[in-house]
Design a protein around this ligand. Structure first.
Ligand SMILES: [Zn+2]
Ligand SMILES: [Zn+2]
Length: 243
């Protein structure tokens, strides 16, 4: 967010108080719940004042996600998916069913881009191959497109379509908060794998370089596996990115 120009004419003995923020910074809190044998970071993000929140990428282990929601005392407004891989989406339908019943109102599953529909409908077959029980095909209430806006804990996040790791992968960004959720596009010191039949290494690098890094070095991100980082740290040190 661009800063306001400072007036240089205030009297020395009557300092001008700082202007009020253009809008109050929301008190967003986040916790990560590692799910499935892939240790995928399911994210629970909520507003500490309204206690309304969002679950991103509930890949499985739904009872543990529900326990984290109960511990935080949060009402979930929506469930977002970054892409269609089983470790990110395999618990989405079960979580929607459980929350819709416990909260008494529909909780929609939103995303990813429709180009991942084939992955979402293949989760059960894939999970049998990997020997992971209890994962389900995911059926989003709505797919997402580049440039749309979604609510995360009551804050508007822009949607960026970042294919390469998966053809329908989306990333959620809020420039004013300096915060992004990037799924398996970018990791601390690594990038998403592209050795799937539908993987596209060039598209992945292109998305990172043209869509994510220009958002600024200060942007912090959560990712699907391992610790988060900032775009600046990855721009400077990530060995998989061109420089
Ligand atoms: Zn993935
Ligand atoms: Zn993953």
């Amino acid at each position: 967010m661009p800063g306001q120009a400072r007036s240089a004419t205030s009297a020395i003995d009557t300092p001008t108080p700082p202007p009020p923020p253009l809008r109050p910074m929301p008190k967003l809190q986040a916790t990560q719940i590692p799910v499935t044998p892939f240790q995928q970071n399911c994210a629970l993000i909520w507003d500490a004042e309204t206690l309304r929140g969002t679950v991103i990428d509930p890949g499985g282990d739904v009872p543990r996600i529900l326990a984290a929601i109960a511990k935080a005392g949060v009402t979930i407004e929506n469930i977002l998916l970054t892409h269609g891989h089983l470790d990110h989406a395999g618990g989405a339908d079960a979580l929607r069913t459980a929350l819709t019943e416990s909260q008494g109102a529909p909780v929609p599953v939103i995303g990813p881009h429709r180009n991942d529909a084939f992955l979402l409908s293949g989760i059960e077959a894939q999970s049998r191959q990997y020997g992971i029980p209890d994962l389900q095909n995911a059926t989003p209430d709505r797919f997402l497109e580049e440039g749309e806006t979604v609510s995360i804990a009551g804050q508007d996040f822009g949607v960026l379509h970042c294919p390469g790791h998966a053809p329908g992968h989306v990333v959620f960004v809020n420039q004013a908060l300096g915060f992004a959720v990037v799924g398996d596009v970018l990791f601390r010191g690594s990038i998403g794998r592209t050795d799937f039949p539908y993987g596209d290494h060039e598209a992945l690098i292109h998305a990172i370089v043209t869509k994510l890094l220009p958002l600024g070095d200060e942007m912090r991100f959560l990712c699907g596996h391992g610790p988060g980082s900032t775009f600046g740290e990855e721009r400077r040190t990530n060995p998989f990115l061109p420089r």
